[in-house]
Structures are given as C-alpha cells and as structure tokens.
Design a protein around this ligand. Structure first.
Ligand code: FES
Ligand code: FES
Length: 159
C-alpha cells in the first residue's frame, strides 16, 4: 500500500503517494514529471540521478523517498533563479557546448552548483576532485571543467 509522503522540491511542497522505500528518482520522474535527474546505473556509481538535499548532493536512485520528509530537494530544473533566469553555470555550459547527448548533465549541474555554493573560487584541481564520480559517456570533461571555471568567475563578478 502506498504511503502519503510530503516532500519539498525546487521550493514547492508536494504530497505524493508512494511506498516510502521508493527511490526518490522514480518519484521525481513519475510522480512530479521532473526529468532532469536520470537513471544511469541505479547503483550510486555514475551521478546521472544526482540532486541536492539541503544543499548536499545525493544519488536519488538509491535514496528512499521516505527519508526526505522535511528536506529541501533541488533538481537541475530548480537551479534557475526565481525569475526564470538560468543559473550562470547553465549559461556557461551552453556557451561551452559542453553537453553532447546531455544524459549526464542533470547530475553534473547540481554537483557543480554544490561546489560553487560553498567555494566561489575553486582551483582546477578542486573542481576535478569535486566532480569525481560523475561519469560522462560522451567524454565532455574538458568543456565541463572550463564552464565551471567561467561560471565561478561570473558569480564572483570577474567576468
Ligand atoms: S543512476 Fe544513480 S548514480 Fe547512476
Ligand atoms: S553528455 Fe552524453 S553522457 Fe555526458
């Protein structure tokens, strides 16, 4: 029997009918229609399904939705500003033409946003270390790293 679970996603509260053990990823996609987090490995190994929970990245494919009552969940769709303007990171990723098939980028974006929220001036090594564990089968890593650096500079007001 389904449970009624209250979750807050991208600033909106939702009451969803789901078994508490259901991975958050399925609830985001099937109950809320949010497709930014994607199913890759289903084993917490690739990062395609990543979202932020209270500002920290988690793998939604292995996180039971029932553990998230009261938490603030942010998906790639929720990174935009309240007025709809894209996050600087999103703009720089587009400018760099970083996403190719784009499948991994919902997770890549939230992971990079997590970094920039706490470290406004990360070194290349810090970015590489932070993004470790996010797999891109299209091999877009060089453009990804450049876009993160440019977004950081813009957010500091240096570009
Ligand atoms: S689908 Fe969740 S980490 Fe790969
Ligand atoms: S852009 Fe295709 S998997 Fe990353």
């Amino acid at each position: 029997m389904a449970d009624t679970i209250e979750i807050t996603v991208n600033g909106e509260r939702h009451s969803v009918e789901a078994d508490a053990a259901t991975p958050l990823l399925y609830v985001l996609s099937d109950n809320l229609g949010l497709k930014g987090a994607r199913f890759g490995c289903g084993l917490a190994q690739c990062g395609a399904c990543s979202v932020l929970v209270d500002g920290r990245e988690i793998r939604s494919c292995v996180t039971p939705v029932g553990t998230l009552t009261g938490a603030k969940i942010t998906t790639a769709e929720g990174l935009s500003a309240a007025n709809g303007n894209p996050h600087p990171l999103q703009e720089e990723l587009i400018a760099a033409q970083a996403p190719q098939c784009g499948y991994c980028y919902g997770g890549m974006m939230v992971k990079a946003a997590e970094l920039l929220a706490t470290n406004p001036n990360p070194s290349r090594d810090e970015i590489v270390a932070h993004m470790d564990g996010h797999i891109c089968r299209c091999g877009t890593y060089p453009r990804l790293l450049t876009a993160i650096e440019k977004a950081a500079a813009r957010m500091r007001g240096n570009a």
